[in-house]
Ligand binder design. Structure first.
Ligand SMILES: [Zn+2]
Length: 362
């Protein structure tokens, strides 16, 4: 623990000074879309301009297949635009790493790339994450956004459906704790069009998952709500239960669909602001923009939250917009760099296994 104290202190002091002139850090940005196309990273730096200080950078792990038999010449670019399946596209991690590595050192300081290109129902997923760290040391701060249950998406993914009960997910979160990787997890708290009054389908599974992994720092994307998975009546109360019982869990407020609920009425905004003001260390702003083409589009979600920003205390507002990002991602950077140093590529399990096997050859 002591080992990390000095660098963390130096980094966060530098970053506080650095972030003063920005409106926000963005904990949730997809540089590419569902067909792996997106905004050029140099163009995106211009879009960030003097508004966004730092950005958690990822693609999308799922590729929408273009099935000519189903869609003909009408090439789909979004998962709702086609009946063809989605599949895991691991090359996204190399693409994001390459974009990041093409930047200067001062430009890189504004990004925290994330690993997403793994299948969370595969026991080998953790090995993919390890391999990405060892192939691109010095690049990644965390994993995600990756998805377990998501309305209209989970059922479209080719192969086995992901589950919060899957040991493959436990392996992923165990490895994230070992390597110090910050985790951004998307999991709807409920099924779409749930029966009125029924308890949310995945709340208890999420609580159990968080409790099984107290050493893993997790950001629950969108606080578990979706386009039609509406914040259930007791949503804020449920979040408060999790905040109190799992100190490793944080929430992002990203996605215009989430902003839509929070600003739906003065009462909804006031209740949300009340919770954030009571627990200002546990919420992060994010945009969830996908390959934004210009700054107006990129700032849309931040501006939607105007009524919320006005109801937060100055301290809570600063923490949600800027400081919680700095604290969590700075800590992850230090830990992941230390893990990479201790586990250079040649020392990977696969390499050791190969050596073992060849030394036993006749
Ligand atoms: Zn997202």
């Amino acid at each position: 623990m002591k080992r990390y104290c000095v660098p963390v202190l130096i980094i966060s002091t530098a970053c506080c000074a650095f972030a003063q002139s920005y409106d926000f850090n963005d904990s949730h940005l997809h540089l590419t879309n569902y067909v792996q196309e997106g905004t050029d990273i140099y163009h995106f730096l211009k879009i960030m301009g003097n508004r966004a200080g730092r950005v958690a950078l990822f693609g999308i792990p799922l590729q929408q297949q273009w099935s000519f038999r189903s869609d003909g010449d009408d090439a789909p670019t979004y998962y709702l635009g086609s009946d063809a399946p989605l599949y895991y596209y691991s090359f996204t991690d190399a693409w994001i790493a390459r974009a990041y590595l093409s930047l200067t050192a001062s430009e890189r300081a504004r990004f925290d790339p994330m690993i997403t290109g793994f299948n969370p129902s595969d026991m080998y997923a953790a090995d993919h994450i390890r391999r990405v760290l060892q192939t691109f040391p010095g690049v990644f701060s965390g994993i995600g956004e990756f998805t377990i249950h998501k309305e209209f998406v989970s059922s479209k993914v080719a192969g086995e459906v992901a589950s919060l009960l899957d040991p493959a997910l436990d392996r992923i979160l165990d490895f994230a704790a070992e390597a110090g990787l910050l985790v951004i997890l998307h999991n709807d708290i409920d099924v779409p069009f749930a029966k009125e009054g029924a308890p949310p389908a995945y709340l208890d599974q999420m609580r159990d998952l968080f409790k099984r992994h107290p050493q893993t720092t997790i950001i629950w994307a969108h606080t578990g709500v979706g386009r039609v998975v509406r914040p259930i009546r007791n949503h804020l109360a449920n979040l408060e239960v999790i905040i109190r019982e799992s100190s490793n869990v944080n929430f992002d407020l990203s996605w215009d669909e989430v902003a839509k609920y929070i600003i739906a009425s003065p009462e909804a905004t006031a209740l949300t602001a009340g919770l954030i003001n009571r627990y200002p260390d546990r919420f992060l702003f994010g945009t969830d923009e996908v390959a934004p083409p210009d700054q107006a589009q990129y700032l849309r979600v931040f501006n939607l939250y105007d009524p919320l920003w006005k109801l937060l205390t100055p301290e809570a507002s600063r923490k949600v917009r800027l400081e919680n990002y700095q604290r969590l991602f700075d800590a992850a950077r230090v830990k992941v760099r230390a893990w990479e140093k201790a586990h250079p590529a040649g020392a990977s399990r696969q390499a050791r296994d190969l050596e073992d096997r060849s030394s036993h050859l006749p």
